[in-house]
Design a protein around this ligand. Structure first.
Ligand code: NAD
Length: 306
């Protein structure tokens, strides 16, 4: 299988290498020479342009920053240069409207297209354990699943074009809202003299239980792998969460849906980012809600000061 991979950043770099590791011929392109060189070291063949990468491809995968990049790359470079037989898969997180517009253009020109955003961060991209949420014609799903397999722990069809992006922003809106709820509860527990670690033991077995508690507790200690144990470095950047919450609000406005908790979460993450913490993990918002931003600068595994 010949794969063209466009966009070799934090996510796409590892994903393209996993395609090569699976024995596929991967023609890779990125505007960044550094990203291109890294993909080359990982077994991909660096191309000089999108046009060169997609010529002769069976599958084209794109992993680009946002909607405008995806619209421009497909209209200007992929659609005019890829063979009509190529299966086109966009894995970027973008607005539902752009995903549907690109799908329509691609289909009008005789291509098969899927929006397939991912859940899982850079570690999952490198390990080949991403979860893909796919919007595509039902008849194309088996081919999409086979194409994504070397990068995936799960590939789930959400529905028709745009449904993958819809699933992604709805899921991340739940996550953004639930994380803030958990952080508020921890801040309140602390003020009430309840040890946040003891609160974890109780809430993780009670009706407040959720992923933000059991897999990602924002207070250091109880969940070993959580970013709270390494000074909120790495993980899922606040700027990325904010991007997804903005997409959810745009989609809610366009569709006439009310999402007031999502709007609150967007506002709080926008504030946290503006305070200078856009690159910190999104669970670090606990320290803003405690009024202890200085605790974000702490050493890995250090406990927030009470
Ligand atoms: P990134 O900025 O690291 O990578 C994007 C890459 O696209 C860059 O290397 C850039 O040079 C390249 N690019 C931009 N325009 C291009 C063009 N015209 N032609 C070729 N290359 C071009 O971003 P990322 O972290 O890899 O994220 C990519 C997508 O995945 C985003 O939509 C993001 O929301 C989504 N996502 C990211 C994460 C994460 O944890 N980083 C998790 C899930 C989803």
């Amino acid at each position: 299988m010949r794969v063209a991979f466009i966009g070799l950043g934090n996510m796409g770099g590892g994903m393209a290498v996993n395609q090569a590791k699976a024995g596929r011929q991967v023609a890779a392109f990125d505007l960044s020479a550094q990203a291109l060189a890294r993909a080359g070291e990982g077994g991909c063949t660096p191309a000089a342009s999108v046009a060169e990468a997609v010529a002769g491809a069976d599958v084209v995968v794109t992993m680009l920053p946002a909607g405008p990049h995806v619209r421009a790359v497909y209209a200007g470079e992929v659609l005019p240069n890829a063979p009509k037989s190529a299966l086109l898969i966009d894995c970027s997180t973008i607005d539902v409207e752009s995903a549907r517009a690109v799908a329509e253009q691609a289909k009008a020109q005789g291509f098969r297209f899927a929006d397939a955003p991912v859940s899982g961060g850079t570690a999952a991209a490198d390990a080949g354990t991403l979860a893909f949420m796919v919007g595509c014609d039902e008849a194309d799903f088996a081919a999409v699943e086979a194409a994504l397999q070397p990068m995936a722990r799960a590939v789930i069809r959400a529905g028709d074009h745009g449904a993958g992006q819809a699933a992604k922003i709805c899921n991340n809106m739940v996550l953004g809202v639930s994380m803030i709820g958990v952080c508020e509860a921890i801040a309140l527990a602390e003020k009430l003299g309840l040890d946040p670690e003891r609160f974890f033991e109780i809430a993780s077995k009670s009706s407040g239980q959720c992923w933000s508690i059991t897999s990602y507790y924002p207070w250091p200690g109880p969940v070993e792998a959580a970013p709270s144990n390494r000074g909120y470095a790495g993980g899922f950047a606040t700027a990325m969460m904010l991007k997804d919450l903005k997409l959810a609000q745009q989609a809610a406005a366009a569709a006439g849906a009310a999402a007031p908790m999502g709007a609150q979460a967007e506002g709080l993450y926008a504030l946290f980012e503006r305070l200078g913490y856009g690159t910190k993990d999104f669970s670090g918002i606990l320290q803003m809600l405690r009024g202890r931003l200085e605790d974000l600068e702490g050493e890995a595994r250090s406990r927030p000061s009470a």
